[in-house]
Design a binder for this molecule. Structure first.
Ligand code: FMN
Length: 170
């Protein structure tokens, strides 16, 4: 699968088969994550791979009961390990860096026939407690990883003319 196919086929998957994810596929997903860019190449991130069923259930609960998260055999929790750096443009580096890494992760998963769903709706404190995340580390996102158990939905997106302007902001 090429990148543009992965981009067009990727969708948020909210129903998963219990089928295990092969170790070589998991490794490829983590490798894609590792290779993603970061501001000044700082790579201040940590990705927690959770397979334990009880822990997955607790994470789903921390994500306001989004139970499909625990259906997948793997949940990956993405953390920023240094959160003080603000880029010259005024944006905190860690949210941008970790988000790009997660984008690489979910596109690689898509190429391998695996589903993911970016989860931003979770109680961070509870998530950190469950996973023993140090106080200064922030949890940016999590995603289930597993084989989809639902058809791919139609994509709804704004048109290019709605989101692109030329030469100046309009
Ligand atoms: C930052 C962010 C946070 C999100 N949080 C959640 C979430 O907590 N639960 C969920 O089911 N989907 C979540 N999503 C998925 C979006 O709802 C989804 O990407 C959007 O509706 C577009 O659909 P698609 O991913 O199938 O293309 C999140 C997506 C992003 C980018």
């Amino acid at each position: 699968m090429d990148v543009s196919t992965a981009i067009s086929q990727r969708c948020s998957v909210r129903a998963y088969k219990a089928t295990d994810v092969e170790e070589d596929k998991l490794k490829k997903i983590l490798e894609a994550t590792r290779l993603s860019p970061s501001a000044s190449n700082r790579q201040e991130w940590k990705f927690i791979v959770v397979k334990n069923k009880e822990t997955r259930k607790r994470l789903a609960k921390a994500a306001f009961g989004q139970s499909f998260i625990a259906e997948a055999p793997i949940v990956i929790v993405a953390c920023g390990t240094e959160t003080k750096s603000i880029m010259a443009c005024g944006q905190p580096a860690y949210t941008v860096d970790v988000s790009i890494a997660c984008a690489f992760m979910i596109l690689q998963a898509c190429e391998l026939g695996l589903g993911t769903c970016w989860i931003g709706s979770f109680k961070e404190d509870e998530t950190k407690k469950i996973l023993n995340v140090p106080e200064q580390v922030r949890v940016v996102a999590m995603t289930p990883v597993g084989y989809p158990n639902e058809p791919r939905p139609e994509k709804f997106r704004k048109s290019l003319s709605q989101i692109v302007c030329w030469e100046r902001y309009e």
